[in-house]
Design a protein around this ligand. Structure first.
Ligand code: SF4
Length: 442
């Protein structure tokens, strides 16, 4: 149904953290009376929620914003706002406004909650509205959210990062670690379960250091409390840092059946020399001993990871250390990346940048090893009946989809009534990372 309400459109780049922040942006806009537009052409306000982790994401965002020049020319009232990590880089907001002067609003990662007054300033005639705080402010609670990921709900527990991995821009654009109060998190989770959400994913750059700044509650305590909430739901969390992954946490995972049986523990590299250069604060041996401890306590726990190849000075020997670690651990999934030079980080200034051809060859080798592991693990599912939380519909495959407690994706036929339901699926076919099956009625 057509209404006279003004419309918004949001383009999001980057990770889950950003997707959740876009839910907050949408929440603020809905509270101001806007509704979702089907496309940019229909919109009265277009927001770009950017990411600067990789330089190509930044180039893509700038290209997409630049492409709106024509739209802006045709519609002078159209508001274009740009926020997210990209704008938070030192001096970037001014450069962006110089380069693309038709942008109306630029806001930093620390200023998302001020979006409403910034839009109002623009509506009241101010031309270029810019608000980018250098330092993070107090955590703002109760920002409205228009959630888009039912039956999953993302919940921030800690913002920022203190780790300063030498390749990463996050601590510079997201500030230092700040934990939300446990009672605010638990109340949010309780309301979400009451509203019918079936899966909660706790978010932070390093969830394991949750509470260090509060001094009263650890991440394990938080898991124990959230798992006490009544109702059937799954609890996930991301992302972890191996140096802070503790026995106390492993015990909390073991003692709470609502916690999913998968941990994302980014290793990044298997060579001690490279890990040191990356400033990761653990060795290959530390990482492997944490995996051992985890599996001694929870033998069927799946582990996924992030791995980077082509970090400055990476030798063939370093790369083989990574490859061997991958074989030894038997990850259930891995996000693999070629190191990408990020200006403003220490690694960008390091000698010994690796050429593209070598990095590409190494990543192909790595992907090959991980694909074999994925295929073999998937084969183990054949003929089994597993519980899946139905998350959505895949138009391309014409199938419904969802994950099991280990995070493995399954596709199956069904109807809309399955959305948000736990269904038993008998696996009839397996592929690389995904499974195909039929719903089994009780
Ligand atoms: S832990 Fe390292 S990689 Fe992760 S956000 Fe912090 S600095 Fe970046």
């Amino acid at each position: 149904m057509e209404t006279n309400r003004k419309k918004y459109y949001i383009t999001t780049y980057g990770c889950q953290m950003n997707l959740h922040e876009s839910e907050k942006i949408a929440g603020i806009l809905c509270e101001m009376g806007y509704e979702l537009a089907e496309n940019e052409k229909e919109a009265d306000i277009i927001v770009f929620n950017t990411c600067c982790i990789r330089e190509n994401a930044e180039d893509r965002a700038e290209g997409n914003i630049g492409a709106l020049k024509q739209l802006k020319r045709k519609n002078k009232d159209l508001i274009i706002a740009v926020g997210g990590c990209m704008t938070q880089q030192e001096g970037y907001a001014d450069k962006l406004l110089e380069k693309l002067p038709f942008i109306d609003i630029v806001f930093g990662t620390h200023n998302l909650e001020q979006l409403r007054p910034l839009i109002e300033k623009r509506l009241n005639g101010k031309k270029h509205v810019k608000e980018v705080w250098e330092k993070e402010g107090e955590i703002v609670e109760n920002t409205p959210k228009t959630r888009t990921s039912y039956p999953n709900a993302w919940v921030n527990i800690v913002y920022g990062c203190n780790n300063f991995c030498t390749y990463c821009i996050v601590p510079y654009v997201r500030g230092r670690e700040r934990s939300r109060k446990p009672e605010d998190i638990i109340n949010e989770c309780r309301s979400l379960i009451k509203e019918g959400y079936k899966e909660i994913t706790l978010l932070g750059q390093n969830v394991n250091s949750y509470g260090k700044d509060l001094g009263t509650t650890s991440f394990a305590d938080l898991i124990n409390e959230i798992a006490k909430i009544d109702g059937k739901f799954r609890l996930r969390f991301m992302t972890n840092h191996p140096k802070d992954f503790s026995l106390e946490l492993i015990e909390a995972l073991k003692n709470n059946p609502k916690v999913c049986k998968v941990v994302h523990l980014p290793v990044q590299a298997g060579s001690n020399r490279i890990l040191k250069l990356m400033n990761r604060h653990y060795t290959r041996e530390d990482y492997l001993s944490k995996i051992k401890l985890l599996r001694e306590n929870i033998p069927d726990m799946a582990v996924t990871t992030d791995i980077m190849v082509g970090f400055p000075t990476e030798t063939e020997e370093d790369f083989l250390d990574t490859l061997n670690l991958v074989k030894e651990v038997g990850f259930s999934g891995a996000f693999t990346f070629i190191y990408s030079k990020r200006n403003g980080t220490p690694a960008a200034k390091m000698d010994g940048q690796i050429d593209e051809e070598t990095s590409k060859r190494r990543i192909m080798q790595l992907i090959d090893v991980q694909n074999t592991a994925n295929r073999n693990q998937s084969k183990g599912y054949l003929g089994k009946t597993i519980e899946i939380l139905c998350e959505g519909y895949d138009e391309k495959r014409g199938k419904y989809l969802g994950r099991d407690v280990y995070g493995r994706m399954a596709y199956f036929s069904g109807d809309e009534s399955l959305l948000g339901q736990f269904v038993n699926v008998k696996i009839t076919k397996t592929g690389g990372m995904s499974l195909l099956g039929d719903v089994v009625k009780d």
